[in-house]
Design a protein around this ligand. Sequence first.
Ligand code: NDP
Length: 484
Amino acid sequence: MKAQPQASHFVNGAYVEDTSGTPIDVIYPATGEVIAKVYAATPAMVDQALASAKAAQGEWAAMSGTERGRVLRRAADIIRARNRDLSVLETLDTGKPLQETLVADATSGADALEYFGGLAGALTGEHIQLGGGDFVYTVREALGVCVGIGAWNYPTQIACWKASPALACGNAMVFKPSETTPLGALKVAEILHEAGLPAGVFNVVQGMGEVGASLVTDPRVAKVSLTGSVPTGQKVYAAAAAEMKHVTMELGGKSPMIVFDDADIEDAVGGAILGNFYSSGQVCSNGTRVFVQKGIKEAFLARLKARVEAAVIGDPLDEATNFGPLVSEGQLGIVQRYIDKGVAEGARLVTGGGRVDREGFYLWPTVLADVTDDMTVAREEIFGPVMSVLEFETEEEVIRRANDTAYGLSGGVFTGNLTRAHRVVAALQAGTCWINTYNLAPVEAPFGGTKMSGVGRENSKAAIEYYSQLKSVYVAMGPVDAPF
Ligand code: NDP
C-alpha cells in the first residue's frame, strides 16, 4: 500500500521537495507499514514558505471578499467531488475507519470552506455616529501572515478549519501538520490552488515541533493557531506573547458527561460511545468522565458493555469497520499504561483493557467503572479509547465534581428534565456543551475551550474575530477646537 504525496511541502503555489531535511516515515496504523516518506522542512524551506506568504498576502487581502469567498467555495466543491479518495488518504494517514472519514473529515473541511467562503463577502466594519456630525467608521483588516499548527487526529479538518477563516479575512497562512499525519494538508493546499487561490496564500511545510517553533517566533508572523496538547500550547502561547502575536489555542480536555437517572438510557449510552470511542477515542472534546446517577448506574453499564462489545473492529478500509487502531505504537503504549494505572488504583474493568490480537496499533474499547475523582484516569487526558464511569447522587455534587479540573473544553448532560438541562450546562465551566447528545461540532457553532483548554474560538462567525482586527477611523466634520 502506498500513499506517496507528490512532494513533502507545498510552497508558493506548487509542490516542493527537499530531501536534505530529516526524513519522516508515514506509517499506516492498521498494519505498521511505511506508506510514504516526507522530509522535514529545513530553515531555508521555512523561510521560503514565509516569504511567499508575506509576498502574496497584500494582493489577496486587496481582492473583494466575494472574490476570495468564491475560491474557498470552489475548493469545497472539489473536496466534495473527491471525498472518497481524500477519505481513503485520511484513513491511511490516521488509521481511522473509512466509515468515519467518509463523513467526518474532508466533508467537515469542505463545510468550513463553504461557510467562510460565504461569509467572506459579508465582512464589514461599522459606522458610529457621534455628536456634531462627527463619526467613526471601522475597517475590518486582515492580520497578515498566520501560522497554523495541527494535531494528528483530524489532519484534513484541522487544516481546513484554520485555513478557511484565515483566508476569508484576507490573511495568508503557513500550515505545519503533525509529523505523524503529514498527508491530508498537502491535498488541501493542492485543491485550494486548483480552485484559484493565488500562489503563496496557503503553504504547507512538514516537520517536528522545532519547525513549528521556528514559525511561531518568526517576526513576519502575526498570528498563531495551534491545535495540540496543553504543554505545547503553553510553549507556543509564551513564544507568541514575546512579540504580542494573536493566538488561537485549541488544546486538550478531560470533559464531563453527566447522565441523570431520568435520561433515556439508550441515548445516554449512544452519547457516551460517540464521546469516547469515535476516532478510537482520539478526540479533544471527548466526555471521558461519565458521571452516572446512582439509580441507573448498573443498568447504564450493562447496556454500555453490550453495545461496546458489538463494535466492529477490523480493517479500517472495510466500510463495515467502525472501530480502528490508534494512530501510533507510541500512543498505544501511553493509553495502555493509563488503563493499567486505572486498574491498579482501584477501577473496575468492565470491558476491554488490552491490545487486540492482530497487527497494527489496536486497543479494545475500554470501560472503567467505580472510578473516583482522584484517580489518574479521572484527572489526566488519555487521548485513547478509555471511558471512566463515576457515580454521583445529587445535581449540586456532580456540578462541583465536573468542574473540579484544570481543563474546560466541553461538557454534556443527559436528562429528560428541560430546566435541569439548562441549569446544569449554565454551571459547567466549558466552552462547548451538549444537551442530550455529544461531540457534534457543526461549522455554524463556535468551538473552543475555557481554562487550560485554550483561547479563542474556531468555526462560526466568532472565528472572524480571531483572524482580523478592527481599525477605527474618527472623521471630524467641524473645525478643530484646540486649547491654544
Ligand atoms: P502536540 O501538542 O504534541 O502537537 C501538536 C502540534 O504542535 C504538532 O504539529 C507538533 O509537532 C507541534 N509542536 C510540538 N511542539 C511545538 C513547539 N514547541 N512549537 C510549535 N509547535 C510544536 O499534540 P498531538 O499532536 O499529540 O495531539 C493531541 C493533542 O491535541 C491532545 O491534547 C488533544 O486534546 C489536542 N487536540 C485539541 C483539539 C481542540 O480543538 N481543542 C482537537 C484535536 C486535538 P510534532 O508533533 O510534529 O512534533
